[in-house]
Design a protein around this ligand. Structure first.
Ligand code: SOE
Length: 396
């Protein structure tokens, strides 16, 4: 059987992670890489042993050998590139967010359906083995009726006024930053676990550092540069560093999310606690191989990752036996495995049946972010999320 051939657009930190995870599948070939400059594309292709290097997107889309396109570019390119790739019949896996706004996402979903392509949004964080186990436990009723869903996602890579990156530029990144960039991982995770969609939000967003020192030289995400004062210029920031979002869920649960990118010492600290009428489940991404399970009248304990003790539909996401740690990089292998096994089996796209998050999830997420921005603009007034134009489905 021939390998499925993939072209990856964007060779930044996340593009390299995609390439590594793709190669772990075994039946997928990374056949081309695309970068803005031909020399960069060629250097990356050489370094990573990728046969083809392109700097023109059309060359990739016109390449008949390419079956699938991965989009790992700045957010503003997701919409035009996904559109062109799909029009040429390529399956698309897009980094989050799907687009810069819900209007673009509605159009992408329509094209994906017309073209009958297999489409995925890269919500990798839901693919930690214990997150899948939490989902299976909640779905089996083991936690009881879910009452409260709360937690945070905190980072410090934008803590200093001199920290600067394209994610701070709204024309490249979008109208929301902390909520859209990292809050959406948390929102995806808890909706995926509980099956409860967020229906209404009351949000308070803050830009703690409204003017930053922009280095005159471009910096990649997470790269710290040592520069002199004259190497910076002032830049006004129009997206939020922080969001506190109070949430109502479709199944009656209540919740709150705190998201912030300027919390000293917090690196990628994603944490949720789900309080049900029978059990509490408490997990964080910095210690992803244990989950605290609380109950009244019985011992509380750490659930150490052990696929032998998992529900079968969670066990398949554990790549190593009991206690052997799995992490962030493995979540990409897991989501790609779901996506590519569907393509490999040659099945027609079925949004209700695929195991991976699709453009429907991508659209639902953008509508939710819209509601959060609207609530903040209305000083925290409750806003109902309007799931329309293809986003009506249950959260999967
Ligand atoms: C930067 O905040 C970032 O790279 C996010 O864009 C990712 O989605 C998250 O996984 C890690 O942090």
């Amino acid at each position: 059987m021939n390998a499925i051939r993939v072209g990856v657009i964007g060779g930044g930190f996340i593009g390299k992670i995609h390439i590594e995870a793709l190669r772990r599948l075994g039946y997928v070939e990374v056949a081309a890489i695309v970068s803005r400059k031909q020399e960069t594309a060629e250097a990356q292709a050489k370094e990573l042993s990728i046969p083809k290097a392109y700097s023109k997107y059309e060359d990739l889309f016109n390449d008949k050998d390419i079956d699938v396109v991965h989009l790992t570019t700045v957010n503003s390119l997701h919409y035009p590139l996904a559109k062109q790739a799909m029009q040429k019949g390529k399956h698309v896996l897009c980094e989050k967010p799907l687009a810069m706004n819900s209007k673009e996402a509605v159009e992408l979903l329509k094209i994906a359906r017309q073209q009958k392509i297999v489409h995925a949004i890269c919500h990798n964080m839901r693919y930690y083995p214990l997150v899948k186990q939490a989902r299976a436990m909640v779905r089996a009723g083991e936690a009881g009726e879910v009452r409260l869903i709360h937690g945070h996602y905190l980072q410090d890579w934008l803590f200093l006024a001199t920290d600067y990156n394209w994610r701070l530029i709204s024309s490249l990144s979008g109208g929301s930053r902390a909520v859209a960039d990292i809050g959406t991982h948390w929102l995806d995770m808890v909706q995926h676990i509980t099956g409860q969609k967020v229906t209404a939000v009351s949000a308070d967003l803050t830009t703690f550092i409204p003017v930053r020192k922009k280095p005159k030289v471009e910096a990649a995400t997470y790269v710290v540069q040592e520069l002199k004062p004259e190497d910076y210029e002032d830049a006004k920031i129009d997206t939020e560093d922080h969001g506190t979002v109070v949430l109502k869920f479709s199944g009656g649960a209540k919740g709150v999310l705190v998201v912030c990118q300027v919390c000293a010492g917090r690196k990628n600290y994603i944490h949720f606690e789900i309080n049900g009428s029978k059990k509490t489940l408490d997990w964080n991404g910095q210690e992803p191989n244990t989950m605290w399970v609380g109950q009244r009248g019985e011992l509380n304990g750490e659930f150490i990752k052990d696929p032998a003790m998992f529900h079968p539909d969670a066990a398949r996401y554990a790549g190593a036996p009991c206690g052997l740690g799995e992490g962030y990089l493995d979540t990409f292998k897991n989501i790609f495995s779901d996506f590519y096994s569907w393509i490999r089996e040659g099945k027609a796209m079925n949004e209700e049946k695929v195991a991976f998050p699709t453009f429907v999830t991508g659209l639902q997420e953008l509508l939710l972010v819209d509601a959060i921005l609207e609530s903040n603009a209305k000083k925290g007034q409750w806003v109902e999320v309007s799931y329309r134009d293809g986003a009506e489905a249950e959260y999967r």
